[in-house]
Write a protein that binds this ligand. Structure first.
Ligand code: 1GP
Length: 237
């Protein structure tokens, strides 16, 4: 259970991290070996697993399969408590603090806690902040919450700081999977400079320059989902 301390260590050494997000609903299993070899060749430091409509059975199988051929740590990034698998290494224990839907602020977490107690998963509490991105994303639709205005940097900062003060170990600025516009760089900059805990940034990043820009603005870990899903050679650009 040392993934979080590794993230802190990377931040201290200014070593940037990269997660490939795999959505089990979208994976085409015929390409499996190729997918794993592309992940192994990529600069990814973590694999995140999550999606909106996934069942645990599929997640269990998927993680076992990945672990046979890949040594990267596997972190659950669940849409709801039904996606908990003790085959993973850790879980982002998310609270959607940009929204005001109690289900995603605390209800799912209450349901998940007794299940998590039965597992060996490392629990990493994460303040999850959804930012307006030019289109309605699945997070917005499923959580029935409004994203924060992408131009209101002060509100994003206050939300991130409240998340940190509440004891979260990470802040995740999320534009949403397949977002038209990624999280604004000025927002990443302001938030990263005014919180102590590591900052994750994802959603709508579609090229390598976008990853570098997010790092440069202050992201400690960037998440890439759709771009790699659409093109397994994404990291060979
Ligand atoms: C979604 O931040 C992740 O939760 C990744 O988004 O699919 O747009 O890369 P993309």
């Amino acid at each position: 259970k040392n993934l979080y301390s590794q993230i802190i260590k990377a931040k201290t050494n200014n070593k940037k991290l990269l997660a490939i997000l795999l959505d089990p609903d979208k994976l085409v299993l015929e390409n499996w070996d190729l997918l794993i070899s592309k992940i192994n060749q990529s600069p990814a430091s973590h694999i995140f697993i999550g999606g909106s409509l996934v069942t645990t059975t599929i997640i269990d199988e998927l993680i076992v399969k990945i672990k046979q051929n890949c040594n990267l740590p596997i972190v659950l990034f669940p849409g709801n408590p039904s996606q908990i698998s003790d085959k993973a290494d850790a879980i982002l224990f998310l609270s959607l603090i940009s929204g005001r839907n109690p289900d995603f602020l605390i209800e799912h977490q209450v349901k998940a806690a007794p299940i998590l107690k039965q597992t060996q998963l490392e629990i990493i509490s994460t303040g999850y902040i959804l930012i307006e991105s030019g289109n309605e994303t699945a997070v917005e639709r499923i959580s029935k919450t409004k994203p924060l205005d992408r131009n209101n940097l002060d509100l994003a900062l206050a939300t991130a700081q409240a998340g940190e003060m509440l004891g979260n170990k990470l802040i995740y600025l999320e534009a949403g999977s397949g977002a038209k516009q990624a999280v604004p760089l000025e927002m990443i900059e302001l938030v990263s400079q005014n919180i102590e805990i590591p900052l994750l940034v994802g959603g709508g990043i579609v090229d390598l320059q976008g990853i570098q820009n997010a790092y440069h603005a202050g992201a400690d870990l960037v998440i890439i989902g759709t771009a790699f899903e659409n093109d397994m050679n994404f990291f060979n650009q």
